[in-house]
Ligand binder design. Structure first.
Ligand code: SP5
Ligand code: ZN
Length: 348
């Protein structure tokens, strides 16, 4: 199995994120995650790990707004020029983290100051930008695109070991550790070669992917996740959000309760798979978050490693050329085993 991975992620290592109540903590989404997955993949006989090809900006501009991409590219330098803060005396380097966000009725205002722009383009306090973030995000997108190219070239499956993840990034906003929506970028690129479905199994609702394809019928988007009524991202992922305009009927959310176990998860997955079969796509993209795992520090589901292996088997059972894209998953001890478990149905 072809696995696409770039070392560029390692330098994207912001010193902290902020949770509810102003709690400042080390970023859960850290470089060690990739080392855990790589170590587990290297123990298999089937993983062929290679660096991605560079696809340039065009496939990224097909998903994200130009002004947003310009913001991402220059945010750190602009922040420094404006005298942006570092997070306190214990931190030696500045990082872009806004503290003011647009109220909905006035969100058409676009300040030129970086302090203002960062609030416009950011949805939360979990996507700090450091000097190396943009480059890491570009290479992460290239991993997804390389995987897409592999399945178009006849591979049954490819795994994009992406970091930073992508599914919370919308057309013109970052959040939830995500800057560029890797799965969406790959899906739009794949849609030149026939219909595409994205199935998002990350614990958190895929608000960015939902945003990008909401009014489009070219890509069926389905997300199975913790109910946003009580879990991040709170403002998208509800059952009644089904797409709009030409995209009406081409988005589906499966919000699930806390302590969802293997049986109940697989029930929702079965329904999602029914919808994908009916849509009959040429290619399938999986946004693969391992934070559904029962031991995840950010999750409240009870899905086991065996459950994740079964999820992989059911996905494989659709018989579609499949691109698996790494999203979240924060139990580092179990992350490697869970990823290998998911992929093992495709191993040959
Ligand atoms: C890609 C991905 O999985 N992003 C997840 C971003 C989640 N960010 C918000 C987390 C809010 C955590 N609330 C406190 C839980 C402490 N146990
Ligand atoms: Zn997640």
């Amino acid at each position: 199995m072809k696995v696409f991975y770039s070392e560029a992620h390692r330098a994207h290592n912001p010193p902290f994120e902020i949770f509810e109540g102003g709690v400042k903590i080390p970023v859960f989404e850290c470089p060690e995650r990739m080392d855990r997955v790589l170590a587990a993949l290297r123990k298999t006989v089937w993983a062929e790990i290679a660096p991605p090809e560079d696809f340039g900006l065009e496939p990224i501009r097909a998903v994200h707004a130009d002004d947003y991409l310009q913001y991402l590219e220059n945010a750190f330098a602009d922040w420094k020029r404006e005298g942006g803060q570092s997070g306190g005396p214990e931190f030696d380097s500045p990082l872009v983290m806004p503290a003011t966000f647009p109220p909905r009725r006035w969100s058409n205002k676009r300040p030129t100051s970086l302090a203002g722009r960062s609030g416009f383009y950011t949805i939360d306090l979990n996507a700090p930008i450091v000097a190396e973030t943009y480059q890491a995000a570009l290479m992460s997108a290239n991993c997804a695109l390389s995987g897409a190219k592999a399945i178009v070239s006849g591979e049954r499956v490819a795994f994009a070991l992406c970091r930073p993840p992508g599914h919370h990034a919308g057309r013109d906003n970052c959040g939830g550790y995500c800057y560029l929506n890797n799965a969406a970028i790959a899906a739009r690129w794949l849609s030149k070669h026939g219909k595409v479905a994205i199935l998002d199994i990350d614990y958190h609702g895929g608000n960015g992917t939902q945003d990008i394809f909401y009014e489009s019928a070219e890509v069926l988007t389905i997300s199975i996740h913790a109910d946003p009524n009580w879990e991040y991202p709170f403002f998208a992922g509800y059952a009644d959000e089904a797409g709009a305009g030409a995209g009406l009927g081409y988005h589906r959310n499966f919000p699930l309760p806390p302590h969802t176990d293997d049986t109940h998860y697989l029930e929702a997955l079965g329904e999602a798979i029914g919808l994908i079969r009916k849509f009959n796509p040429a290619h399938l993209v999986i946004s693969a978050g391992m934070d559904i795992y029962k031991g995840d520090p950010l999750g409240k589901f009870d899905v086991t490693t065996d459950g994740i292996r079964e999820i992989g088997q059911r996905i494989e059972g659709m018989g579609l050329p499949t691109l698996v894209v790494m999203e979240g998953g924060y139990n580092n001890e179990a992350l490697g085993e869970n990823v290998v478990g998911l992929l093992s149905a495709f191993a040959n």
